[in-house]
Design a protein around this ligand. Structure first.
Ligand SMILES: Cc1cc2nc3c(=O)[nH]c(=O)nc-3n(C[C@H](O)[C@H](O)[C@H](O)COP(=O)(O)OP(=O)(O)OC[C@H]3O[C@@H](n4cnc5c(N)ncnc54)[C@H](O)[C@@H]3O)c2cc1C
Length: 399
């Protein structure tokens, strides 16, 4: 079957879906509210699962060259006690995560969208789907689609229109301030490194590669903040904040020197979204629109890529759209449920007001992580292949 498909949102999920669906012979048009595609925000840790979809799309090699390979996740308390020390290679010697910038992923996918003949309409916020049409904020109607894909992120307007599908849609009490700085000498190495003081203070560094071959290497730094305390950039006491960071660790010093204006800090709130199923009639949801979660487990972009891949496969294997959407939902259900559950329970262990939880974490997680079984489960969760507390899928082929 050849379908006419509207995809709302040109983030990683929408881009990947548009390519795989166009390649399967469908006629695909992507609507993006931003007038220009300039993805900003923190760097991303792409797990081996997400990297395998980028490979399927044909941008794996290019992005691997731009990425910083992340070999280890290393978290310590401000006193230096190890809370987490996970090395991908303990699962398989060639395994790494990819520290990438959003703009690098977006640019690579955009080129393939173009090659595959995907039509991209920028500057067009879609506010609702009506039958087989989508309607923009200005009232313009684009019609005649067989399928509408909501890839419009954590605050999806299309999802809001399908309220009966939504089981949970809540803001997390905590979010993060982000800054992407230059790291020309590669001092931040190949670790995703975190420092904690209780559950109220967390600082992290994610080496995030380059945007293009001749660009400087970058590192993303993130700082945990209660969402209720965010009053806008004008309210940030930059020097006071830098003092707090320096009191925790001197590792951030080269980056703090680069932050001369509070506007360079990006505030990112998180949502926890659970749908009863990721489709209704001829509308399907993928990525954050279907299952926004806290980035504590670094899975959001991976899940969005896996959704895109499963949606294309579901439609390819089935005769009708509805049947294809049910196949998509079945393929993704267990993995999505596991990561939603795990991130909901893990987030307060690192970001909350629950001080005793932090004591428990500092006392137990380090020793538990040295036990083979527990360590293995933490690593499997990190790589993105868990489908339940006791189940998993296969690791992608050699990288
Ligand atoms: C601070 C932070 C750090 C993160 N770190 C990681 C990480 O290390 N690893 C990881 O895997 N994930 C991480 N994530 C999560 C990851 O960013 C998201 O899960 C991922 O970007 C979701 O992709 P998406 O395509 O579903 O949505 P998005 O990337 O949010 O894209 C949605 C797109 O839709 C557009 N849009 C929105 N509304 C409309 C509309 N009405 N009409 C048209 N277009 C619209 C938006 O402009 C945007 O381009 C992080 C998230 C945050 C906030």
């Amino acid at each position: 079957m050849r379908l006419k498909i509207a995809i709302v949102g040109c983030g990683t999920g929408g881009q990947a879906a548009s390519i795989l669906l166009a390649r399967a012979g469908h006629d695909v048009r992507v609507f993006e509210r931003a007038p220009v595609l300039a993805p900003v925000g923190a760097g991303l840790l792409v797990q081996p699962t997400g990297a395998s979809v980028l490979g399927r799309i044909g941008v794996g090699e290019e992005l691997r060259k731009l990425a910083t390979p992340i070999e280890r996740l290393h978290g310590v308390t401000h006193r230096g006690r190890v809370v987490m020390d996970l090395c991908y290679r303990d699962l398989r010697p060639d395994l790494v995560g990819l520290g990438l910038q959003r703009s690098a992923i977006s640019a690579a996918l955009l080129r393939v969208m173009d090659d595959e003949g995907v039509e991209l309409t920028l500057g067009t916020p879609i506010v609702r789907a009506e039958g087989c049409d989508v309607v923009s904020e200005s009232g313009e109607r684009f019609g005649g689609f067989d399928l509408v894909v909501g890839a419009d992120g954590a605050r999806s307007a299309l999802r809001a229109q399908h309220a009966p599908l939504v089981r949970r849609d809540r803001a997390y009490a905590w979010g993060a301030l982000w800054f992407v700085g230059e790291d020309p000498e590669g001092r931040y190495g190949r670790d995703l490194a975190q420092v904690y003081r209780g559950t109220r203070t967390m600082l992290g560094f994610l080496p995030s590669g380059r945007t293009q071959a001749d660009d400087t290497r970058r590192v993303s730094v993130f700082w945990s903040v209660p969402a209720s305390s965010w009053r806008g950039h004008h309210a940030v006491d930059l020097e006071g904040w830098k003092r707090e960071v320096r009191a925790l660790t001197d590792r951030a010093d080269p980056l703090l020197e680069q932050i001369d204006d509070p506007e360079r800090l990006i505030f990112a709130p998180y949502r926890d979204v659970v749908l009863k199923r990721p489709h209704e009639g001829r509308v399907a949801f993928i990525g954050d629109a279907a299952h926004a979660m806290s980035p504590q487990l670094g899975q959001g972009v991976n899940l969005a890529l896996l959704d895109a891949s499963a949606l294309a496969d579901g439609l390819a294997r089935c005769d009708g759209v509805e049947e294809g959407l049910r196949a998509y939902a079945r393929a993704r259900a267990r993995s999505v449920a596991y990561y939603q559950f795990a991130s909901r329970w893990l987030t307060p262990v690192f970001q909350s007001d629950r001080t005793p939880v932090g004591w428990g974490r500092d006392a137990l997680m380090g020793p538990a992580g040295r036990l083979g079984v527990f360590r293995n489960q933490m690593l499997l969760s990190l790589t993105g292949i868990k489908t339940g507390v006791l189940s998993r899928s296969e690791l992608p082929d050699e990288q």
